[in-house]
Write a protein that binds this ligand. Structure first.
Ligand code: HEM
Length: 515
């Protein structure tokens, strides 16, 4: 008797829940219909799925990732379907866009309608509380706090970058002629960033590792690798982690605390602008550590990727390399007296960096999540110009990589590396919105990168020093020259080169002959 009573009760609860769900879905559909009518929204074209719940989309992404061709897959979908598309991804509706007007809405005009989604939960164990994963008032406070110590007056004379580049040149001069620059650039940017942020470099370029000793770079890489995996499956991020991840995060925190404590116990000095400025207004040690780790994540890999792709492209385009060398030789007789202002005057160098970030933006794909039902201004309807309704909770992914390769924005040769285009009248410059929002390697709007100038200065300085020091820099014999974008790429939080960046600095004798 009691058993049938409980079965009946369970049945009634199930029926009630189903009815509630149906009514809720109906009401939501009606509300969306009204909203769409009010704003003239029409559906965006949909990526066709071959399997229910968009499972095939997940399979494609995993395959693309395994084959190191994820960006090609995204480009294919945009070209085939449209610049703004709707897709079903593991049972939920999501949107993808490479339309400058939509990016303006997402990142600026409708900024308040969007959040960072699950970024905080995904990154918190490693990053702690920092600008990268904060929102609202806490984020605004962090921006106000971090902006002043990142101002260019603190690295105008370039001393912040000098030691790291000296160490890099020592390594390149002492090793064999052909060398993979990519891992060295990751170590260079770690050294420069720790020097600038903590007031003390971890010296990953020059410190030989003693047996069994873990380095800061290693513990940092290990924790960050798991964070990357958690980003891949945002709805199921909690399944990825476990005790190994917790231990890796704890190691990062211990390393960072040790360096912070050591430096704060010294009396303040020139090399510690950043740590002093942040420590002054952040009494809480966890908060201080959170900001510094967030900045290391934001600044290290992205700048290393920029330098890697710059040399990857330069050795494959010898004429560009020679033109750049001529500009550097004319403007820099003694690198010891270089300043940031000198670097900014080298217009071809700036074009080379702009063009590299166009073809290989360090953060090629990013997402936002709608906090409330809202609108993207274009991409819907038969002619794909009507506004598109974005229901509350939907993810909007935007691919800077694919947008930067649009021929209607950059010309028919958009896939080619041609720094000269930055001095020309590119198609995107004929429209104000496209001109402002069609090139976004550093994001835009209120959350634009705070390290933009720091990164471009560090990269420019490194390029100048290496070209000045080595009269011969070339593609090693036997290295492939493929169409840009077809080479293998590794997508973590940033886009790196799967096969590294092999460069031939020629033998010492050849260098001397050429000098
Ligand atoms: C080539 C190098 C770099 C690139 C391409 C780059 C790109 C970006 C992008 C795309 C974002 C937006 C992320 C998002 O909102 O989802 C961002 C944010 C940020 N970047 Fe960079 N970045 C670079 C270097 C740096 C450096 C060197 C630093 C600091 C030293 C830095 C500090 C930051 C900070 C603090 C944010 C967060 C801004 C906020 O949320 O308000 N970045 N960066």
């Amino acid at each position: 008797m009691a058993q049938s009573y409980y079965s009946l009760l369970a049945f009634l609860i199930l029926i009630t829940l189903c009815c509630w769900r149906l009514i809720h879905n109906y009401q939501t559909r009606q509300a969306h219909k009204l909203f769409a009518e009010q704003y003239g929204c029409l559906p965006a074209p949909r990526i066709q799925n071959q399997r229910p719940w968009g499972v095939d989309r997940l399979e494609q992404i995993f395959r693309g990732d395994r084959e190191s061709r994820l960006m090609e897959l995204f480009m294919f979908h945009f070209r085939q379907t449209g610049n703004t598309v709707e897709e079903v991804f593991i049972g939920t509706t999501a949107f993808d866009t490479i339309e400058p007007a939509n990016l303006e809405a997402l990142l600026s005009t409708n900024f308040k309608d969007f959040s960072m989604g699950r970024r905080r939960e995904i990154t918190f164990p490693m990053f702690g509380d920092g600008i990268f994963n904060q929102e609202g008032a806490a984020w605004k406070h962090s921006r106000d706090l971090l902006r002043p110590p990142l101002q260019h007056k603190h690295y105008e004379n370039l001393t912040a970058f000098k030691q790291g580049v000296d160490d890099l040149i020592d390594i390149l001069s002492s090793q064999s002629a052909v060398i993979d620059l990519q891992p060295l650039f990751f170590r260079l940017t770690l050294d420069t960033a720790t020097e600038f942020l903590f007031g003390e470099s971890v010296n990953s370029l020059k410190a030989p590792k003693s047996a069994n000793e873990q380095t800061f770079g290693e513990v940092f890489n290990s924790a960050q690798a798991t964070v990357t995996q958690r980003f891949r499956l945002p709805g199921f991020y909690w399944m990825i982690g476990g005790s190994k991840f917790r231990k890796a995060c704890n190691n990062v925190h211990c390393f960072a605390d040790e360096i912070i404590n050591r430096n704060l116990s010294r009396s303040s000095g020139e090399g510690r602008v950043f740590l002093d400025a942040v420590a002054e207004s952040t009494a809480d040690r966890d908060a201080l550590r959170g900001q510094i780790i967030s900045l290391l994540v934001a600044g290290r890999d992205s700048t290393a990727c920029l330098m890697t792709w710059t040399f990857f492209l330069l050795v494959r385009h010898p004429k560009v390399l020679e033109k750049l060398r001529t500009e550097i030789n004319c403007n820099c007789s003694d690198p010891a007296s270089l300043t940031r202002a000198d670097l900014r005057k080298m217009s071809y160098l700036q074009n080379v960096l702009n063009e590299t970030l166009r073809l290989y933006p360090s953060v090629p794909v990013n997402t936002r999540t709608a906090k409330r039902t809202t609108v993207l201004p274009t991409g819907g309807g038969p002619d794909r110009t009507a506004p598109v309704l974005i229901p509350k909770g939907s993810t909007v992914a935007y691919s800077i990589y694919a947008m930067h390769r649009r021929p209607d924005l950059y010309g028919m040769d958009a896939e080619l590396f041609r720094p000269e285009r930055w001095d020309e009248d590119m198609p995107m410059r004929r429209d104000k919105t496209n001109a402002t929002w069609g090139y976004l390697p550093f994001n835009g709007g209120p959350r634009i990168c705070l390290g933009l100038d720091f990164a471009l200065t560090e990269a420019a300085y490194t390029v100048v020093r290496l070209l000045h020091h080595f009269p011969v820099i070339r593609l090693p014999a036997g290295q492939k020259v493929e169409i840009m974008g077809v080479e293998k790429q590794t997508m973590t939080l940033v886009l790196s080169s799967t096969e590294g960046c092999m460069v031939d600095f020629a033998s010492r004798e050849e260098q001397e002959q050429d000098a």
